[in-house]
Design a protein around this ligand. Sequence first.
Ligand code: F6R
Length: 607
Amino acid sequence: MCGIVGYIGDKDILSVLIVGLERLSYRGYDSAGIAVVSDDEISVWKHPGKVHRLAKDLETTTSHARVGIGHTRWATHGIPNDINAHPHCDAQRRFAIVHNGIIENYMSLRSELVKEGFLFRTQTDSEVIVHLVDKYYNGSLRDAVTQTVKRLEGSYAFCVVSALHDNHMIVARKNSPIIVGLGKDENYVSSDVNALVAQTKRVVYLEEETIAVLSDQSVEMYDFSGQPRAHTVSEVNWTAERSEKNGYDHFMQKEIHEQPSVVRTILDTYVKNNEIVFPKLSFSTKDLKNMSRLIIQACGTSWHAGLIGKYLIEELGRVPTEVDISSEFRYRRLLSHADEIVVAISQSGETADTLACIREAKSKYFSILSFVNTEGSSIDRESDGVIYTACGPEIGVASTKNYIGQLITLYLFSLHLGRIRNMISDDVYQKHIHDIKALPVAIENVIAQAPAIKTMMARYYSAKSIIFIGRGLNYPTALEGALKLKELSYMHATGYPAGELKHGPIALIDDNLPVVGIVPKTATYKKMMSNIQEVKARGGRLILIATEGDTVAKQLTDDVIYIPPISDELSPVLAVIPLQLMAYYIALNLGCDVDQPRNLAKSVTVE
Ligand code: F6R
């Protein structure tokens, strides 16, 4: 949510900053801007809308500046116009800042600063930061920032440059992510590793409440009281190519096609000689045996994975499991008992609500296990044990391949628990491992139907609304299908447990309403089919996701998408893929931007 970049060094600064912003643009795309320092002056360029519009403005501009910052915005305070676009400067343009987060006490700070004569130009909360730096500046930029952070409440990662100091920049962090990338005679700043991997693999994840001072030769860290702080350098193993489209039209399309290889990578990582091994799980066998309850909390698509995780953990691991939406979890009374573990599920590892929940749970002495894609992220670093979903960078704002990674790792974790807790026999364990090994080819078979799904969706994109129904393990699949469609196409969609239809939503059914029924041959098949008949009897337009060989489905509608036969536990993995493709093609038919849908951001770092 908002992306920040910074650079100090000899490269062409405008292109380094623009390339960095383009790579971060999934974090927000309401406006973009950059500021550079040269000849004791700050130059600023901003443009509402996506980064490429700013890039176009700068096509013929050159700069010999050696220090600069950039920002791509997801608006929180103030409409997305060029005035509210970052960077923000003080009245004399001695300082420029870019900020990610929310300054919660900005109203009182703003009144105080206005009374003192500081001139505000924007409606943003962020602008107070630059005026505070200006107010406290007394010759040292670091000291000014150290004074500034003492006044700020809320969450922030910000970066400051000054016309008075063209040889360094300052970064500060509290509750929002920021990373320093280390180069030779140059250094970088970025909100996440994606903007850095093309430039350097050596990074420092700033600890909470840290101020960093970057020159082209050095990086120094300080705590908020001004004391030096040691830092650790980490190596990133993502390659820059993994963040490219590689011939696909969209990142989302590429990521859907990567799903078979995601499963293969997870198997290579965690299944050794047909045994599941989690190197960073950290909980002892005794802990896992004695565990009395798991409480999963996550947001959006990750929450849907958590709902399926509950079924899997209870079925295979036999541990009572609850699932909460993170933003709700925080407001319930958390009764702590020994032997309970709070689980966070997050692609980015930075989702503010999910992170706040693990901090809250830790304060109540819960242990934390996380399923995270982004190594080095805050949730990764603050958890007691971690299982990486190992999907590589996911750039499309709508999550696809990482959802599959979450389902597979949750499945392996459930099996692991079942084995340790003596709830499943060796034969059953091996049968599950065998099933999962067959999955990549089955996923390829489903993806191969993309052209047919595209043709089918040409008949549905003008619908006003679509209902998705499923049962058991595939009720969350219905929720996920509806979420994908809403976020990509802006079409109203809702997911329902099929058995609940008759308790109200069936009133919506008429011959205009498409209903997507998720009916693989699982334990709930017969009940699902009865619900489908109820929809058909009321004229609903049916699209069915059914198992190959299901002739009944074909009698109910022409629009059946078949998935290969699969176990109940793995059926959500195959059933969701047609729903991803349906959302993708409906959105394309409607002319929507599938990789960067309106109003969204990939990494939601505000609560
Ligand atoms: C939907 C989507 C979001 C995220 C949610 C949580 O396609 O991507 O709903 O799943 O914002 O994000 P993470 O998993 O990064 O915590």
